[in-house]
Design a protein around this ligand. Structure first.
Ligand code: PLP
Length: 491
């Protein structure tokens, strides 16, 4: 074995051996994932349990890879929530696939920094290509250009930075203070993701200037209320700056009436950002094309292929109509990089605050080529089928009710087989009990102040059989909770 204390890398022979070992480890992990608990056992792995088994001191001498890998098995794997497990039904399910794993692995030896075209032409050009593939799949006009960030939260922050520059020109140069500027407002629904507030915090706009407009019975932004709120703010001397509309809200995957919102934004000259982090990808389905109505009137759109289009975390695309507007806000070339920029090509460092950028496009290219459009839409349709199947089971059991219309791969439901006053605690406790069992994993959310259980589909390994087991587990856990009494922890 190579002595890691001397300079240089592992020998090629040894590295090859380790890679084979790792390949077997990954293949075994994927093949046997179902035999693992979905989440750690809270009785033996409470907060701090993993830390307690790890040395506090950093390593002085190098250790063999075999030993490190055996610690992964011993300490890390049992301490994880296994998002790739077929019984993981939390959030929006998850996007792990075999081709996605291969794509991630491939980017490791290449390990480039794609900050400019010149620092890695292939990474830059491939990013432009996959962004354009997705644009075509979604039916977006070609005046939309995009950039890949790690997450949608980062995407919205950049989009609203451009909206801010439009509302208050020269902010990039002068900032917001000591200028005669009005108070800017951003509007979004009471169901929208908190990334709008985070963006307002980061941009110095203030989280209280993000106004939550009420949603209707189906959790879609209420357009009349939006119009009234904007009018009211204008009368009070405030300046509407942006509306954030959602296609696929976090709790219920509801879809805001984009076309009507877009018309208001156009009339009022307000920036329209569409948060399609989860739901946007479903516009790839011909039967869901209606999701994309009005998108051509938006100023910016975020889609997270790491939520619904099978690209491993992290891969989020921000589209901006006329991408040059984004570049204008963020381009800044330090002297030491001046020789690296090529005017005729994109330098992605110009499109955001991040300078160093990893080769994210590679994993999207690998998974999307592996599945093709057909493979993607087939899998999305299966998620929708499973969601509707579960909804039918829920409707047939009078101890449960659907808590929201089923949209895409998300089902919100509530156990109602007990005294109304106990239901919030009970539903929350059911989720906790199920997750603690290690046999499945769900999440909970609040809708109109009531606690509901929530299941999201996204995992390619989740089959109807898994769903049947999960539903049986939910019903059994409810019966047990009623017959043995609740723990009373959440009074
Ligand atoms: N928008 C919506 C609708 C979401 O559901 C989420 C996260 O779940 C986000 C934005 C934030 O996504 P990210 O984790 O990529 O920042």
């Amino acid at each position: 074995m190579k002595d890691q204390q001397s300079p240089g890398d592992t020998t090629p022979e040894e590295f090859r051996k380790q890679l084979h070992e790792l390949a077997d480890w990954i293949a075994d992990f994927r093949e046997n994932i179902e035999s693992l608990r979905v989440a750690p056992n809270p009785a033996v792995a409470g907060p701090g349990a993993i830390r307690a088994q790890l040395p506090r001191q950093p390593p002085e001498d190098g250790e063999p890879f075999e030993k490190i890998l055996s610690d992964v098995d011993r300490l890390i794997v049992p301490g994880m929530v296994h998002w790739s497990h077929p019984m993981f039904l939390g959030y929006f399910g998850w996007t792990t696939t075999a081709p996605g794993i291969l794509g991630e692995i491939l980017s490791a030896p290449l390990n480039v920094n794609a900050m400019t075209w010149r620092t890695c032409p292939a990474a830059t050009e491939l990013e432009t290509v996959v962004i354009d593939w997705l644009r075509q799949w979604l039916g977006l006009p070609d005046e939309f250009g995009g950039v890949v960030y790690d997450t949608a939260s980062v995407g919205i922050m950049h989009a609203l930075a451009v909206a801010r520059e439009q509302a208050a020109p020269y902010t990039r140069k002068l900032g917001l203070t000591n200028r005669d500027l009005p108070r800017f407002r951003i509007y979004t629904s009471d169901q929208a993701h908190s990334s709008a507030e985070k963006a307002a915090i980061a941009l110095g706009l203030g989280e209280e200037n993000v106004i939550r407009v009420r949603s209707d019975d189906e959790f879609r932004l209420d357009v009349n209320s939006l119009g009234q709120t904007i009018a009211h703010d204008r009368q009070a001397g405030l300046q509407p700056m942006a509306v954030v509309a959602t296609v696929g809200t976090t709790s219920t995957a509801s879809v805001d009436p984009i076309l009507e919102i877009a018309k208001i934004c156009q009339e009022q000259k307000i920036w329209l950002h569409i948060d399609g982090a989860y739901g946007g990808g479903f516009a790839m389905l011909p039967e869901y094309r209606w999701l994309g109505e009005g998108w051509e009137m938006a100023d910016s759109i975020v889609i997270n292929p790491h939520k619904s289009l099978f690209v491993p975390l992290d891969f989020s695309v921000l589209y901006v109509r006329d991408l040059e507007r984004l570049r204008h806000v963020f381009t800044l070339v330090p002297e030491y990089l001046r020789g690296d920029t090529v005017e005729t090509e994109k330098n992605y460092m110009d499109y955001g605050i991040q300078l160093g950028r990893r080769f994210r496009a590679l994993k999207a290219w690998v998974i999307w080529r592996s599945l093709g459009r057909e493979g993607i839409v087939t899998r999305l349709r299966e998620q929708i089928r499973l969601a509707n199947l579960l909804a039918n089971w829920i409707k047939k059991d009078n101890r449960f009710e659907l808590a929201a219309p089923v949209s895409m791969g998300v089902v919100c439901f509530r156990f109602i087989g007990a005294d109304e006053k106990k239901l919030d605690n009970l539903n929350s406790e059911l989720v906790e009990r199920i997750n603690a069992s290690g046999r499945a994993y769900l999440t909970q959310t609040k809708l109109r102040g009531r606690t509901v259980m929530r299941i999201g589909f996204g995992n390619v390994l989740t089959t109807e059989e898994h769903l049947r087991k999960a539903w049986e587990l939910i019903r059994q856990t409810a019966e047990d909770a009623l017959s043995h009494g609740t723990s009373g922890r959440r009074q």
